[in-house]
Unconditional design. Structure first.
Length: 347
């Protein structure tokens, strides 16, 4: 299988997402009271639930189990720091729905009304619990909080930032099911990650809110999003993880999970220089769509072959069915991968 074929097929997904230009952001109409009250509620819950230090022996056992018999020495990743108390990974498998409330085409989160969305997501969670009963499922919602756009916008950055009302709505949907976590995802387009993180910082101060970053839409050369695939370097990822670590330490939070989307080699450069921290758990997330053989090849070359810490795998309800055998990969199949993905995303 040619890697150029992988990139060519998957770029179509980028073009589809980048046409999302019609949504409006109320970023200027911030609702500070809502965000503040949400933080207060979450802080109270955190205080009522003391965090137990990580069982290091159990941690070692579980990361070895995720390696799934790999004998190359790549997995599990060596010399990784033990996480702070309250770490999700590798003690639970995260299963999320991805999307944006403004569009039914960007993922299951936004395509269905909340009650129906929860019914569908819980069915997936039940399947995962059956396939791997030894690993509890941590359910989550993965919301695109900054969307790469097909139009320049007022600042010329080709980015639509979701305002506080939209993000608050996702937090309310998450509260429909107790203990749900939320990821806020950034597609920076012609902006940059340093400029965009402050827009969502007050949400990252909440213990249940985590972060996703998407190199596909980080257009460092000035290209328009969707015209080519963007990139992040290890230095960018290190900046983000340090940013999150500072928040974790300042507010005495459990570790943050940082998902980094990837389906080509150039999307992440100098992976070996990515720094691991006790405050942040990094998931390199296989974000490509297509038939099973294509997705497996992508995972093998860019996730398995360039180990960082933990791995994720995305399943597309529509795009994965476009070519024969026209089906979604199953949890049973994903559990055979080396390493086993500990973060599963449905779009």
């Amino acid at each position: 299988m040619k890697l150029t074929h992988i990139a060519g097929v998957l770029l179509l997904g980028a073009a589809t997402v980048s046409t999302f230009a019609y949504c409006t952001s109320d970023a200027k109409k911030t609702d500070g009271k809502t965000a503040k009250s949400a933080k207060t509620d979450s802080t109270q819950v955190e205080q009522e639930t003391p965090r137990t230090p990580v069982d290091t022996a159990k941690y070692n056992e579980l990361v070895a189990k995720l390696a799934n018999g790999d004998t190359t020495g790549k997995w599990p990743v060596k010399n990784q720091p033990y996480p702070l108390a309250g770490a999700i990974l590798p003690f639970k498998r995260i299963v999320v729905y991805y999307g944006n409330l403004h569009s039914k085409k960007m993922g299951a989160l936004g395509e269905y009304p909340p009650k129906e969305m929860w019914q569908r997501l819980n069915a997936e969670v039940k399947h995962w619990q059956k396939v791997d009963p030894s690993t509890p499922v941590q359910v989550g919602l993965h919301y695109i909080a900054a969307v790469a756009s097909g139009t320049a916008g007022k600042d010329g950055k080709y980015i639509n930032r979701m305002g506080n009302k939209q993000i608050d709505s996702v937090l309310k949907i998450a509260k429909m099911q107790p203990n749900t976590i939320v990821f806020l995802d950034l597609q920076v387009a012609l902006s940059n990650i340093k400029a965009e993180l402050p827009h969502i910082e007050k949400y990252l101060e909440l213990p249940q809110v985590h972060l996703g970053i998407d190199p596909e839409f980080s257009m460092k050369d000035g290209s328009l999003p969707g015209k080519k695939i963007g990139t992040y370097d290890a230095a960018d990822i290190n900046y983000v993880s340090q940013y999150l670590a500072d928040i974790v330490k300042k507010y005495n939070l459990p570790p943050k999970v940082l998902t980094v989307h990837r389906f080509t080699k150039k999307m992440v450069t100098n992976y070996q220089n990515i720094k691991l921290r006790p405050e942040v758990q990094i998931v390199m997330h296989m974000d490509g769509w297509g038939e099973p053989d294509l997705k497996l090849g992508t995972y093998r070359h860019f996730i398995y072959g360039e180990p960082v810490q933990f791995t994720g795998f995305k399943l597309f309800y529509k795009n994965d069915l476009k070519k024969a055998p026209n089906r979604l990969m199953t949890p049973e199949e994903l559990m055979k991968l080396k390493p086993k993905p500990i973060y599963i995303q449905y779009q």
